[in-house]
Design a protein around this ligand. Structure first.
Ligand code: SAM
Length: 254
């Protein structure tokens, strides 16, 4: 078998087989086991710190517009200086930039060793780091505003549905997801097994207004859409979309 055949034909097939094997394993593992292993194997890259959550947070271009948006929204909608909750905080590169705008800041992640690392590393920072699963288990901390950025895209539809149910307890939520670019989103909410990958390869992404989630249009507004940038990777990498979600009739009253 020639090298060029390996490159053009066999590699995608091997990758598909490998992904199927991984999905088979991850289906029966806890979220903590799956995401702890992703960090240990550095599947989202390696940064200066021990944990890296990928280019969505470490690449400045991907974070800049989001940070600007949240600052503007916090002033316009009156949640600057209030209680903020960051669900799936990851390497905390985004959270550490948002922290100065909040009154109190709670950062939650399902990976215990990452939370232990942050408690030690950010000892001087007034942040409460909480080890919890957003899709089940212990109740989540109370807050005035919640951020869930590039977390749900890694979960199955069942896990997302359970997390969205819990988010209904909050007045204001910002949801950020990686989607295919305009016109390339063919199959909204194709189900997947939790893991490091997302729905992009299958022309899919998490669409909150579509079944099985079906959040009513009045509760959901797309407030940001920016192209994804990754150093050294050319071409169309999709877009990062952020929605403002105001669950139920609970309008935000500062
Ligand atoms: C790609 S990282 C995103 C990190 C951060 N939000 C950002 O924007 O940079 C996804 C994070 O979600 C966490 N996570 C995945 N499933 C979770 C769950 N069920 N409960 C809490 N955190 C979860 C992972 O451990 C990981 O740290």
């Amino acid at each position: 078998m020639s090298g060029s055949f390996m490159d053009t034909k066999a590699r995608p097939i091997l990758r598909w087989v490998w992904q199927r094997c991984q999905a088979g394993r991850n289906r029966f593992r806890s979220a903590e086991a799956v995401f702890a292993s992703i960090y240990r194997k550095q599947k989202w890259g390696s940064g200066p710190g021990r944990f890296c959550s990928g280019g969505g947070s470490s690449q400045a271009e991907n974070a800049a517009a989001y940070l600007r948006l949240i600052e503007e929204e916090s002033l316009a909608r009156g949640f600057a200086g209030r209680a903020w909750l960051d669900l799936g905080c990851g390497d905390f590169q985004i959270g550490s930039r948002l922290r100065p705008l909040a009154g109190s800041y709670t950062a939650v992640d399902v990976v215990g060793e990452l939370i232990a690392h942050h408690r030690a590393h950010y000892r001087g920072l007034p942040v409460e780091f909480v080890h919890a699963d957003i899709s089940g288990g212990a109740a989540l901390p109370k807050a005035d505003v919640v951020f869930v950025r590039q977390v749900l895209q890694h979960l199955s539809n069942g896990q997302i549905a359970r997390a969205l149910q819990r988010l209904r307890d909050y007045p204001l939520v910002y949801l950020t997801e990686h989607h295919p670019s305009a016109g390339k989103l063919r199959r909204p909410n194709a189900d997947m097994v939790q893991g490091s990958g997302i729905r992009l390869d299958g022309g899919s992404g998490v669409c909150f207004a579509e079944p099985p989630f079906s959040i009513p249009p009045g509760e959901l507004e797309l407030v940001l859409e920016v192209p994804v940038v990754l150093a050294g990777v050319a071409g169309d990498l999709g877009v990062l979309k952020t929605w403002r979600y105001t669950p139920g009739a609970a309008a935000w009253t500062p």
